[in-house]
Ligand binder design. Structure first.
Ligand code: ZN
Length: 400
């Protein structure tokens, strides 16, 4: 397709509409629920973008076979162009009241395109294929980098691994970074992070008739949970680097004691207990200092004699706080439903991508309100708008 066709009317517009919908149908047919491999969809995207003229790299997760990130580059290196990014995985459909096969795209007369991942976020992937096909990549004056990740939905593991790998290679990505999560074309520039921690208690088992011979880890966990509850009240009053009155971030740092597993039988003093908890650093807030505070809180707990605890950070999804007024924001505003950037209520790959020089903004077709639900959908008109936006923004950033 020639340069400029994306915004064309008449038959060119009709072709475009058909092509982006066909691509979405292909993409949603890969059942990439996060516990499955992404090998096939990664191969499809690699082949398609390679055909457009992109150079393809894969960054495989060394521990989990079948998990890979695809990075596609075009245009002159080290020119601070633009990143387009999205995740290839989707959330499960089991137990949800779908009215058809979630992995077969259904096209309704009202323009709704229904399938798992249609909004979150294979719609943006499909729009990228068409939006970039409309450009002559040989004319790029700045680099375009596409970052397609795995396992975003289960803790942004793919982007975490990718950011670590790129940092170890001393590679930076362009600062303008567009993450096409479904925001209903609202620009979002910040979100809280999420940190998962496990606390393991070790004690001594004994017959319950002789408790003095044992060391009770469930009692130990109870005392620790009471201390964590006190800490959570303190953290609710904590202000972030950029307090945002009236939004979900106004209530401080939420700390949630999520589950407790301990003990085996009613007549045995329990020698093992595990507590898992999570907390959400505010936009722009690092997690290390909070982890240290948490550890100090746990260290101060008066545990029953003979018990001890150890803690481990299981996962970290960094928060995001991109400054207002970036060049990408300026390029997205004409396409946005509101001119002022807002706050996402969920975490994204954006926090990890800041580690390699990105200033991510979240903006894309479809609504987060239908994501993760039965009969998730994106409107064909939104998809079509996204195609034209991608063409226009990439041209503005990299061909101007
Ligand atoms: Zn998503």
């Amino acid at each position: 397709m020639s340069d400029g066709a994306a915004s064309g009317a008449g038959s060119a517009g009709a072709d475009l509409r058909a092509e982006v919908v066909d691509d979405l149908a292909t993409l949603v047919a890969f059942p990439t629920v996060s516990d499955r491999p992404v090998t096939a969809i990664a191969a499809f995207l690699a082949e398609r973008f390679e055909a457009l003229g992109f150079h393809i790299e894969r960054f495989d997760d060394p521990v989990h076979p079948g998990k890979t990130n695809v990075v596609c580059t075009a245009g002159p290196a080290d020119t601070d162009g633009i990143v387009l990014s999205g995740h290839m995985d989707v959330v499960p459909t089991a137990g949800q009241p779908w009215t058809g096969d979630p992995f077969a795209l259904r096209r309704q007369d009202d323009g709704k395109l229904i399938a798992r991942g249609s909004a979150d976020m294979k719609g943006f992937l499909a729009a990228s294929l068409q939006g970039l096909a409309a450009l002559d990549l040989r004319r790029l004056r700045r680099q375009v980098v596409l970052v397609w990740t795995h396992d975003e939905e289960v803790g942004c593991h793919g982007s975490a691994h990718l950011a670590r790998t790129l940092a170890s290679l001393d590679r930076r990505l362009p600062s303008a970074c567009w993450i096409g999560e479904p925001t209903g074309f609202e620009i979002l520039r910040k979100h809280a992070g999420h940190v998962g921690v496990e606390v393991r208690f070790h004690g001594q088992a004994a017959h319950s008739a002789y408790p003095e011979l044992g060391a009770n880890t469930v009692v130990a966990a109870g005392r620790a949970i009471a201390a964590l509850d006190d800490l959570s009240r303190q953290w609710r009053l904590r202000a972030g680097p950029e307090p945002d009155v009236g939004s979900s971030t106004s209530s401080g740092v939420p700390l949630n004691v999520a589950n407790v597993h301990g003990g085996s039988a009613i007549n045995i003093v329990p020698d093992r207990c595990t507590v898992q908890l999570g907390f959400r650093p505010l936009p722009g807030m690092g997690h290390e200092a909070l982890v240290q505070e948490l550890q100090a809180c746990l260290d101060a707990v008066r545990l029953p004699d003979g018990t001890r605890l150890e803690s481990e950070v299981l996962r970290v999804t960094p928060s995001l706080l991109t400054r207002a007024g970036t060049d990408l924001e300026r390029l997205l505003v004409p396409h946005a439903t509101h001119p002022a950037p807002g706050t996402a209520g969920y975490a994204t790959d954006g926090g990890n991508l800041t580690q390699v020089g990105c200033e991510p903004l979240i903006f894309g077709p479809g609504s987060i309100k239908v994501a993760h639900q039965a009969d998730e959908f994106v409107d064909v008109s939104a998809l079509q708008s996204a195609v034209a936006q991608i063409t226009s923004v990439v041209r503005g950033r990299c061909m101007g």
